[in-house]
Design a protein around this ligand. Structure first.
Ligand code: HEM
Length: 141
């Protein structure tokens, strides 16, 4: 039963993590449409900060802790599908850290990317999630 509870918890927090990764770049797009220094600009900074603190960082940590516990208890580290999955999850984690850095830059008034580029970047978690789920469910190698 423990294994099934671990896996259920893992999938639940992965869903929260993915939801946050899809929402934050959208927030950045709408944020950058607000005039700098305006009350709306401050409101978006607050919303982004809360999304990172309450959803994104906790769900990243719990997804990793439960995922690694599953990997150790099932011997996944010796399997090819898991190596491929872990590589894509590391890219997703780097993307998460980059998003947190982008929020910090917005706090400094730096708007580094256009709304169009942010929308294109928002495809990253979708593509990554598709590859990850195919690896863990089909285990092609
Ligand atoms: C954060 C690091 C992660 C690690 C270390 C990890 C590791 C694992 C392991 C070892 C399993 C159990 C496999 C088994 O039952 O034998 C698992 C299951 C699963 N993982 Fe992850 N995972 C991580 C992130 C993710 C992410 C980001 C997603 C989706 C976007 C994901 C989706 C799933 C799904 C859907 C299952 C259940 C598969 C099944 O029951 O057939 N995982 N994960």
């Amino acid at each position: 039963m423990t294994y099934l509870w671990l896996k259920a918890g893992h999938i639940i927090f992965v869903i929260f993590w993915m939801a946050g990764l899809f929402m934050l770049p959208r927030y950045f797009v709408y944020h950058q449409e607000a005039p700098e220094g305006s009350a709306e600009n401050a409101l978006w900074l607050e919303r982004e900060g809360k999304l990172l603190k309450i959803i994104l960082w906790p769900s990243l940590v719990v997804s990793w802790v439960l995922g690694l516990t599953l990997a150790i208890s099932t011997g996944a580290f010796s399997q090819g599908w898991f190596h491929a999955k872990l590589a894509v999850v590391l890219i997703l984690t780097a993307y998460h850290v980059w998003l947190a850095g982008y929020h910090a830059a917005l706090k400094q008034g730096q708007r580094k990317l256009s709304g169009k580029k942010l929308r294109i970047l928002n495809e990253v978690p979708g593509i990554a999630a598709a590859v990850i789920v195919i690896m863990v469910v089909l285990r092609p190698f």
